[in-house]
Design a protein around this ligand. Structure first.
Ligand SMILES: O=S(=O)([O-])[S-]
Length: 138
């Protein structure tokens, strides 16, 4: 018997957007580069390799999000212990809505996510760069 999904991804994203600040690319460009703002790229590493990245953005794969945010976790990252405004983005703005919601629920603040994601950022001429080539294993 097929599974009965009772809440689809669209509803999850809509619920997240109802409680998380969604910013457009113009606002993101205003925030970009400020000392008190941390961009967080939650895309998969393969997406960064393929599409490039936003210079200065911290790469946090979505799967590690909660563990990297929580200082009580053995995987906690100092980037999330800063007193900054965190701007999450993904490729198109769906995953980042869910990620920003989780981060906000954990107490991170302030938190926003970028409507349209990296795609919108790049289309608007936002700064990007290729990922540096991988070093061969020593
Ligand atoms: O999550 S997504 O908007 O990058 S497909």
């Amino acid at each position: 018997m097929p599974q009965q999904i009772t809440k689809g991804y669209r509803q999850l994203v809509d619920e997240a957007n109802a409680i998380v600040e969604e910013i457009d690319v113009d606002r993101a460009r205003d925030l970009y580069g400020r000392e008190d703002v941390q961009f967080v790229d939650i895309r998969d590493i393969r997406e960064l390799e393929r599409e490039g990245r936003v210079p200065g953005a911290f790469h946090c794969p979505r799967g590690m999000l909660e563990f990297w945010i929580d200082p009580a976790s053995p995987y906690a990252k100092p980037q999330f212990q800063q007193d900054k405004h965190f701007v999450f983005f993904c490729a198109g703005g769906l995953r980042s809505a869910l990620a920003a919601r989780a981060a906000q629920e954990m107490g991170l603040k302030p938190v926003s996510h970028l409507k349209g994601g990296y795609g919108a950022w790049r289309a608007a001429g936002g700064a990007t760069e290729p990922l540096p080539p991988k070093r061969p294993p020593a």
